[in-house]
Design a binder for this molecule. Structure first.
Ligand SMILES: Cc1cc2nc3c(=O)[nH]c(=O)nc-3n(C[C@H](O)[C@H](O)[C@H](O)COP(=O)(O)OP(=O)(O)OC[C@H]3O[C@@H](n4cnc5c(N)ncnc54)[C@H](O)[C@@H]3O)c2cc1C
Length: 345
C-alpha cells in the first residue's frame, strides 16, 4: 500500500475535474484494501467508513467532484475474469470489480456468452455496474446478475448479495441508498445465456442493424450496432469531459402526465409500471432552453441536453451550480423534479 497525498483527481474522473484528494491509493487485493481501510487519516477522527472520508473509485465515469476530497480515495484495481460454472442454459462468469466493463463485455461476446451485448461501450468498471444497475438499449444488468461479493467496511468481512438483496431499480440499488458508503464491491457473478435472447426493439438498434445490412442476427452484430450508435451519438469523455446522462428520466403519475400533455402536446413520455409515465429528461431540459448553453467551461451538450460537459477547466462546483439551475427551471416550467444520476461528491 502506498498512500499518496494531495493528488489531482483529474485523470481519474471522466468529467476531467481537477479536484484534489487529500490521500489517494490503489488496491489490487482484499488484503491491500483492508490495509487501506485501516489507515488512520490525519485530517479526521471520524470512524473508518464514515461517508465522505473513504471513497471507492472505479473508472470515475459516474461521479462529479464538486470540491476537493478531504479523505482517502481508494482506486479499485482488483482484476480477473473466470468462468466458474455452467449448466444447460447458462454460463456463470465471475468478474473482479476493477475490470473495465467494456472489456468484460468483449470477453463475453468473443466466447458467445449472451446477455450483455446491448450494454457494450458503457464506460467504467464492473464493480460499479450494480451500483446503479447500469442499463442501455432495453437491457439492465439485473437481467444477467447472479450475485456479488462486497466487503463490509465496519464489520470487516465480505458479504454475498443476491438479486433480491440488491433491490435493483431504474439506475438504483441498495448501494446507492441504504448501504451507501458501507460496502466495497469486490466481484460480480453474471448469469449469461447459452441461447441468446436478442433485444433489438429499441428503434436506434433496429435501424443501425438495417444500415449494417446484417443478414443473421447475433450478439456480435448487436454489440457492433450499439458501439456504432454510441460512438456517433454520445460525447467521448476523451474529447470533452462528461459523465453521460447527468439526470435520470423522471417518472410521474399518469394523471400528471395527461395534464402536462394538455399544456405541452409534444411532451415525450413512455408508460411504465404502477400507473406511471417515464418522461424524457433531455426533452424537458431542451424545452427550458439549456441545450448548447455554456457558462465559462461548464455547459449543456449541444446535441444531448441530458449530458453536462466540461469544456476544459470547469470546476466541479460550476457544473453542479449549472445542474441546480437546470433543476429549478424544469421544476418551474413543468412542475417535475429531476433527480441527478451522477454521484455528487
Ligand atoms: C459517455 C458516458 C456514457 C454513459 N452511458 C451510460 C449508460 O448508457 N448507462 C448507464 O447505466 N450508465 C452510463 N454511464 C455512467 C457510467 O458509465 C456507469 O454508471 C458506470 O457503471 C460507472 O462506473 P465507474 O467504474 O466509472 O464508477 P465511478 O464513477 O468510479 O463510481 C460511481 C459510484 O460508485 C461507487 N463505486 C464504484 N466502484 C465501487 C465499488 N467497487 N464498490 C463500492 N462502490 C463503488 C463510487 O464511490 C461512486 O459513488 C455513462 C457515462 C459516460 C461518461
Amino acid at each position: 500500500m502506498r498512500i499518496q497525498e494531495n493528488i489531482s483527481l483529474k485523470p481519474y474522473n471522466t468529467f476531467g475535474i481537477d479536484a484534489k484528494a487529500k490521500y489517494f491509493s490503489t488496491f489490487s487485493s482484499v488484503d491491500e484494501l483492508e490495509e487501506c481501510l485501516n489507515y488512520k487519516l490525519q485530517t479526521t477522527n471520524l470512524p473508518i467508513g464514515q461517508a465522505g472520508h473513504k471513497l471507492i473509485l472505479g473508472g470515475g465515469s459516474n461521479i462529479l467532484f464538486s470540491k476537493d476530497f478531504n479523505g482517502l480515495v481508494l482506486k479499485n484495481e482488483l482484476k480477473g475474469i473466470d468462468l466458474i460454472k455452467e449448466d444447460e442454459h447458462h454460463y456463470f462468469v465471475k468478474a473482479a470489480a476493477g475490470e473495465n466493463w467494456h472489456q468484460f463485455v468483449l470477453y463475453c461476446i468473443k466466447r458467445n456468452y449472451a446477455g450483455v451485448e446491448n450494454l457494450s461501450l458503457i464506460p467504467g468498471n464492473v464493480g460499479a455496474s450494480p451500483m446503479q444497475n447500469i442499463g442501455a438499449y432495453g437491457v439492465e444488468i439485473k437481467e444477467v446478475f447472479e450475485q456479488l461479493e462486497a466487503y463490509h467496511i465496519n464489520d470487516k468481512k465480505p458479504v454475498t448479495f443476491t438479486t433480491n438483496d440488491c433491490e435493483f431499480g431504474y439506475r438504483e440499488s441498495v448501494f446507492k441508498r441504504k448501504y451507501k458508503y458501507q460496502f466495497v464491491i469486490l466481484n460480480v457473478t453474471f448469469r449469461l445465456n447459452k441461447h441468446p435472447i436478442f433485444h433489438t426493439s429499441y428503434g436506434a438498434v433496429e435501424q443501425e442493424l438495417e444500415k449494417m445490412e446484417v443478414k443473421e442476427l447475433s450478439i456480435q452484430a448487436i454489440s457492433q450496432a450499439v458501439i456504432n450508435i454510441r460512438s456517433s451519438k454520445l460525447p467521448d469523455p476523451k474529447q470533452i469531459g462528461n459523465a453521460g446522462s447527468f439526470f435520470k428520466n423522471p417518472e410521474i403519475d399518469n394523471h400528471q402526465f395527461q395534464a402536462l400533455k394538455q399544456r405541452f402536446p409534444k411532451i415525450v413520455g413512455y408508460p411504465v409500471a404502477n400507473n406511471k409515465t417515464k418522461l424524457a429528461a433531455g426533452w424537458l431540459i431542451e424545452q427550458c432552453g439549456w441545450k448548447g448553453y455554456r457558462e465559462g467551461d461548464a455547459g449543456c451538450h449541444a446535441r444531448q441536453a441530458l449530458v453536462l460537459v466540461n469544456y476544459g477547466n470547469a470546476k466541479g462546483e460550476e457544473i453542479y451550480n449549472l445542474s441546480e439551475k437546470i433543476l429549478h427551471s424544469v421544476k418551474e416550467k413543468f412542475g417535475v423534479v429531476l433527480e441527478r444520476e451522477v454521484n455528487i461528491i
